[in-house]
Write a protein that binds this ligand. Sequence first.
Ligand code: PLP
Length: 448
Amino acid sequence: MVVSPVALDPAATSTDLSNADVVALDRKNVFHSWSAQKSLNPMAIAGGSGSTVWDHDGNTYLDFSSQLVNTNIGHQHPKVIAAIARQATSLATVAPAAANHVRATAAAKILSHAPANMEKVFFTNGGADANENAIRMARLHTGRDKVLSRYRSYHGNTGSAIAATGDWRRIPNEYSRGHVHVFGPYLYRSEFWAETPEQETERALHHLRRVIQAEGPQSIAAILLETVPGTAGILVPTPGYLEGVRALCDEYGIVMILDEVMAGFGRTGDWFAFDAFNITPDLITFAKGVNSGYVPVGGVIISGEISATFDERVFPGGLTYSGHPIAAASIVASIDAFEEEDIIGNAARIGRDHLEPGLTALAAKHNVIGEVRGRGVFWALELVQDRTTRTPVSADYMGRLKVEILRLGLLPFLADNRIHVVPPAVVTPEEVAQALRIYDQALTTVTM
Ligand SMILES: Cc1ncc(COP(=O)(O)O)c(C=O)c1O
């Protein structure tokens, strides 16, 4: 690809450029994640506002991906942008060892929405290193080594986080030791021959108990679970499962880490996804929705008990940008806006009154939809060739579907044989109605 002179002009504005200019510059210089590089043809995105993004050629799209399921507050929320600008003007960086007002306020704001047993926040640069440090804390707190997590999971792209991940991304990266995987509840494709949610819960918990016993409970530091596995398919746990995991952790002295990186901060229509269940974890990891990714940040919310382990003993972990002031300012402004504008309530209402009935109606019309599941602004449509066999649709079908949905003006999130319907938590009923029309039309036009 030839890079045009305008793309190299530092004064060029987004309207001076075309999509082709930006894609050519990208392909010449940028190495992309999770991809073979040669055949990539990324979409150019020039700007965004709320639930909409646009490119350089005048096309706008409803963003029902929330990028990587992180823009919970929508694009360019004015209060968050203003807070970032203010903080950049007053103090753009500060060492993690300093006491800093905006960092301490961000931690206090996060803790104000966490369960009462949570006492401290350790800030990281994103979700992977949040899980990395939660695992480190659990290992040091228990003096044990192993970490149990699920095959259907994604926990991030660093040493222990990628080894804890279950999906294909773990396999070329398994350098970290002591990771064991289990199957969790997923009734639509039950690993346990279950026919009811109760059976799925009971058998998944039996399987987990047997793995704990077979691995040796005294060797297990933590069970790390996404409260609602996200990339793996938006698998809302069957009733009683998380409570059963909590009971097993208590029985065997295992730390319960809930990964709320994707599910937390409004995605499910709650502050934390586990708020809908009757449990309290020991460690909570967060990133994405805490500030919608306007500035990279993540962290671990730490129970009083685990935090006390490090009262006298050194915690052997840290990051130059831990609690970065611009990230902290964006967290404070984002949580304030969530509270002032009832953004969590909006996500819950959108889920209950618009997405659930709308997606269920789509499934009634299109046989290709095998299951609709989710809550809040966190939904999956599982697409199948046949509702009886539940055989997933092909990658070729998904590719054609993506092209058609984009052509109709919606930026979708597709994973394996699923459409993840994951708009920002600020999405309006009108935008949901428009998205439903687009999915409907695409599912009508694109045939198997
Ligand atoms: C549940 C979950 N945990 C951890 C991560 C990793 O976060 P990051 O990409 O910020 O490192 C992700 C990212 O998608 C995620 O979905």
